[in-house]
Write a protein that binds this ligand. Sequence first.
Ligand code: NDP
Length: 445
Amino acid sequence: MDARLEAIRDTVLARNPGEGEFHQAVTEVFESLGPVHDRHPEFLEGAVLERLCEPERQIIFRVPWADDAGRFQINRGFRVEFNSALGPFKGGLRFHPSVNLGIVKFLGFEQIFKNALTGMPIGGGKGGSDFDPRGRSDAEVMRFCQSFMTELYRHIGEYTDVPAGDIGVGGREIGYLFGQYKRITNRYESGVLTGKGISWGGSLVRPEATGYGTVIFAAEMLKTRGQSFDGQRVVVSGSGNVAINAIAKAQSLGATVVACSDSSGYIVDEAGIDVALLRQIKEVERGRLKEHETRRSAVSYVEGGSVWDIDATVALPCATQNELDGDAAARLVRNGLLAVGEGANMPSTRAAVAVFQEAGILYGPGKAANAGGVATSALEMQQNASRDSWSFAHTEERLTEIMVGIHDRCAATADEYGDPGNYVLGANIGGFVKVADAMLAQGLI
Ligand code: NDP
């Protein structure tokens, strides 16, 4: 790392103790930015990095609610409004027991660059709670969401901060959150949340967008080497929103997705995952992946273990941060891996990224490869602002254009900075320069 940047990075780490994921995300971005500061000394003079690493606002609040047995439960809510240089804060809400301030900050920090790469007018933010929706009734989830919004509403708005979904927050939760916002404010403000239902201000393609976009990005990477998804053997981690739609898109392009996972284990289906059955079990019944075993004879279920033990030519990590480590990366590379497209945020550890890069694997980092979700959220905001509703085909076409554009911008930036094919460098520099220019233009804020 450039010595000037290392000193700033060390201060950031010391000011934010115990936030390991945030440290990891900051370090990874800083490692790319030395050459930019050689060309743009004004970024150092303007303290852009110091400002970028300090969120504009961090909100932490109590979320009290009553479970079905009438017992009082207390969770912690977070919203980190990281950077509004390019537009209102924008980023999802995550409901998962592992959520803490460091995780929300890593996600919010990544979101700044991701949103800049989309070319849409959106800043970066993220939020969530340590609430675990798994095993909770619809009524419990509703009461939790209503309590969460009873504090959050005062900090968000169409021109201020526009949350969406992430792990544990899908259409059901966005519905309860939107209903409570409307009730408290007495405003039908469609643009305050994205990921809404189609009949009440949502956008077609938003549910599919992150998974589809990840595959479109990976397909563009493969194209640079004269390859495509057709005939590839693909392994996907996770079996939530992003994973299911990545599987569907990859298979529509001729790949065979042979395995996917949840936090309990993974399934292998050499004939290709049955997406309709997967949607039925995970989205309709809210069941576990294990239930596949009894419903499709070709499927074998492995309790525990790592889905990365299964060989693949294309790996699409779509579950969570740091789920793919250096050993798993080395094993995949030894067994014929060509490309990695990250549907999840920061799913590869730093050691895994180093293995992929040293082996010359096509590696698309999450902040570029999974930007299709937030980009389509921005398309949802556009439709809300114009009180319009676009067709599936038109919206999918816009998503494809945006993903190809992000790919090309990352590739061109990597070329410009003398490291062709380095999508990490391309994404970090491409996102950073846009935000840094806007921050300088807006003065010391
Ligand atoms: P979902 O809640 O729909 O699904 C999450 C999936 O990942 C589930 O299969 C879950 O398994 C698994 N998972 C979650 N946490 C862990 C863990 N600690 N260990 C192992 N498996 C885990 O979330 P999404 O599909 O929306 O999000 C997945 C990833 O994609 C996240 O990294 C998210 O930040 C990222 N992302 C999502 C976007 C979106 O539009 N939704 C946009 C951009 C990025 P289980 O059910 O067992 O918990």
